[in-house]
Design a protein. Structure first.
Length: 149
């Protein structure tokens, strides 16, 4: 997959527990960082600077809740892809996954799939694109995974 013009990450908390990002932020963090890349005029891969594409939510995230991240604008850099790392640190007792999705807009950020009237967590897997699942199964998780966009 090539990185779209305008896109947005989403997460779905399927851990079986609320993650207390605001009430216990010192012990609960979730970030997604990425290093974008494209090809130079010789066809070699050229890397951009590391960026944070998702950072700790401002509020607690209940089990089975979904949350959109910040819109990403690729219109000037025209990156082809991104190597990413998602990292969860939590003291919650978890047993499941944090699923990571993306959606894109073809009109520069005005209209996304989550703007459709029937969008909700029950159909996130049919409306958005699953790119990674971070598995959890502990009373004190410190987990990370790599994935590529």
């Amino acid at each position: 997959m090539t990185l779209p013009h305008t896109w947005q990450p989403y997460i779905h908390n399927c851990t079986g527990a609320a993650i207390e990002f605001s009430t216990d932020g010192a012990n609960n963090t979730f970030t997604i960082t990425g290093r974008p890349w494209n090809r130079d005029s010789d066809g070699a891969i050229s890397f951009g600077d590391e960026v944070t594409i998702f950072s700790d939510p401002g509020s607690d995230l209940a089990d089975d809740a979904i949350l959109a991240g910040t819109e990403q604008d690729n219109s000037s850099n025209l990156y082809e892809g991104m190597f990413c790392t998602a990292k969860l640190d939590t003291d919650a007792s978890t047993d499941g996954t944090i699923d990571i999705y993306i959606q894109w807009s073809t009109d520069g950020g005005t209209d996304y799939p989550d703007d459709a009237g029937d969008f909700d967590k029950e159909v996130i897997d049919t409306d958005l694109i699953l790119v990674a699942s971070l598995a959890t199964d502990s009373t004190d998780d410190d987990r990370a995974i790599n994935f590529e966009l």
